[in-house]
Design a protein around this ligand. Structure first.
Ligand code: SAM
Length: 275
């Protein structure tokens, strides 16, 4: 598989860059006439046949590897290179968007080059996991800015927001993610999965918009999950999150590392919503 830019596709031909020619010919040892998969990281995949400096598109492929919910990970940047592994693992697990934030106890203030690196890692991980979409990695912002942008972008009815807090008597995330029902809309032949969140108190019902009262106009559910830094969230940060609709949740009785917690949270969400 290789990732291509939209400009490389011209009238059923993929114009290969020198690097791609090298990768296909020298690394993968493909010859003219051999087939490979090209993807644009935005949901389109093609079966292509290698020619000299280009490839012929043979078929448009349908790939269904995405989760039925959109997941935004709001994560306080961990120290060292730990975030690289978070990006890689959470991309494999199906995250839609990763929003790194600088919290009161964040130890790392990343250089601009880091963002490029994280986006590259997300691209590679998406390719390896055969995902249709490459997750968006946002520029780091302060925790409060992150909270308010999440809050203004999401529509309340289709969003569940959780903040993972290591200590305290909070409900377990798995108990908040109850897989409720799978619905088949015969006409649209589209499947949708609904979740009820008893912990949040605001029930995410099978809303008109979500099921698609008009064909083709389905709204996807979004789960926002926030995980803290090595030193944990401050009391004020947890209170700020609760004030904009986040439910504090536990990931179990053991204290997980800042780089382990998002992977565990994503695994629980994946397990609850994958059909
Ligand atoms: N000493 C810190 C404290 O008491 O909060 C530990 C922080 S932990 C290393 C880093 C982050 O991972 C936490 O802020 C939290 O978001 C998440 N985390 C780790 N273990 C957790 C657990 N058992 N339940 C919920 N969140 C957890």
């Amino acid at each position: 598989r290789i990732a291509i830019a939209p400009s490389q596709l011209q009238q059923q031909q993929i114009l290969l860059t020198k690097e791609q020619q090298h990768y296909l010919g020298r690394v993968l040892r493909l010859r003219e006439g051999d087939r490979f998969i090209a993807m644009d990281g935005k949901g389109k995949w093609w079966l292509a046949q290698l020619a000299a400096e280009q490839a012929q598109v043979l078929e448009i492929l349908t790939v269904e590897t995405e989760l039925p919910v959109l997941i935004t990970l709001l994560i306080a940047l961990p120290k060292g290179n730990g975030f690289d592994e978070v990006v890689r693992c959470c991309t494999e697990l199906g995250v839609t968007c990763i929003a790194p934030v600088l919290s009161d106890r964040t130890l790392l203030h990343p250089s601009p080059q880091k963002l490029e690196r994280w986006r590259r890692i997300a691209g590679e991980a998406a390719e390896q996991s055969e995902r249709s979409f490459v997750p968006t990695i946002l520029e780091p912002v302060t925790f409060n800015t992150g909270l308010s942008s999440v809050n203004t972008q999401q529509s309340i009815v289709n969003t569940q927001q959780y903040i993972c807090v290591a200590r305290g008597d909070f409900p377990h995330l798995k108990d908040c993610l109850q897989h409720k029902e799978q619905v088949t809309n015969d006409k649209a032949q589209s499947r949708a999965t609904a979740f009820l969140s008893p912990c949040v108190g605001k029930q995410v019902a099978l809303s008109q918009g979500f099921l698609g009262s008009e064909l083709g106009k389905t709204e996807q559910q979004t789960i926002v999950i926030a995980t803290g830094p090595e030193g944990g969230w401050t009391k004020q940060e947890v209170e700020n999150a609760i004030a904009v609709g986040f439910q504090p949740v536990s990931l179990g009785r053991r204290i997980l590392r800042a780089v382990t917690a998002p992977v565990v949270a994503l695994s629980l969400i994946t397990a609850a919503c994958e059909v």
